[in-house]
Write a protein that binds this ligand. Structure first.
Ligand code: ADP
Length: 266
């Protein structure tokens, strides 16, 4: 009996091994597919602005006389804008590489989240010029230990998205709260929102909800970077929907480090 059981066990192990091998092969094939899709997407995102720059620079070089001042200014404007887009994309790719290789080394110190919201809003001043903004952050919100540069980048990416996807004239609300050992921050807009089946996937690199979202010229990495940065700071970030009307809600939760929480001076 023992021999028979041992044989059966050996067969079962062998079978499991076979299944594992098939799973591994399938996983490797899927990883390869993903990698080449990623490379195609990255190449496309690099080529598009480059094509704009080359076209504009070529025209400036080939027709220097036959051009009005206005046309020249337009072409130079294209070169500057597309170079900025390229620069942003490469900076985002480098951020993603740092996150994925675990090479992020946040410099943590205690901060009032409201101060960082203020500087992110200041940085997003131009892109939010046609939206209304409101901050609802209680004055007694405790300090949180975080890296202010990374945290500001997270808020900036979320504000940038609100500006891109929510219509002009609509309200972008930034709300803060303190509950159960955590500081919460919500960025709420009045745009089309995010369908339930995409709420998790929007944090994947290059995932877009609507086909038309590509036109808005984001890098497709904004939310992936947000999640990578927030998690590197010990927090969490999730996407949700408004219940009262259409619109996206991004919720960041940062842990309080009690040792680092002095009372806020009134
Ligand atoms: P990008 O905006 O460059 O495409 P992101 O990673 O920032 O890349 O966002 C991923 C996708 O999530 C966007 O393409 C869009 O479909 C969706 N999304 C992000 N923020 C919002 C928002 N505030 N409202 C509606 N959809 C959003």
């Amino acid at each position: 009996l023992l021999d028979a059981l041992t044989d059966q066990a050996a067969v079962a192990i062998e079978r499991t091994q076979l299944v594992a091998d098939v799973d591994r092969a399938q996983l490797a094939a899927e990883a390869d597919k993903l990698r080449s899709a990623l490379l195609t997407s990255i190449s496309h995102d690099l080529k598009t602005p480059l094509a704009g720059i080359m076209g504009a620079a070529g025209t400036l070089r080939d027709y220097p006389q036959a051009m009005s001042d206005g046309d020249r200014a337009d072409l130079l404007g294209t070169i500057v804008e597309e170079s900025e887009r390229l620069n942003r994309f490469i900076a985002n790719l480098l951020d993603m590489t740092r996150i994925e290789s675990g090479a992020m080394q946040p410099t943590m110190s205690p901060h009032y989240v409201g101060d960082i919201v203020g500087s992110a809003l200041h940085r997003a001043d131009k892109i939010l010029a046609r939206h209304k903004t409101r901050i609802e952050i209680p004055a007694d919100l405790p300090m949180v230990k975080l890296d202010p540069v990374l945290f500001e980048q997270v808020l900036f990416n979320l504000l940038d998205n609100a500006a891109k996807y929510a219509p002009e004239g609509s309200l972008v609300l930034i709300r803060g709260a303190h509950r159960g050992g955590w500081v919460w921050l919500e960025i709420i807009d009045e745009g089309p929102g995010i369908p339930a089946e995409d709420l998790e996937r929007v944090f994947d690199s290059f995932h877009r909800v609507r086909k038309t979202d590509h036109v808005r010229a984001g890098t497709g990495l904004g939310l992936a970077i947000c999640r990578g940065f927030v998690e590197a700071l010990g927090g969490t970030i999730k996407a949700g929907s408004r219940t009262d009307r259409s619109g996206a809600v991004f919720t960041i939760q940062m842990p309080l480090n009690p040792a680092q929480v002095p009372e806020r001076l009134q």
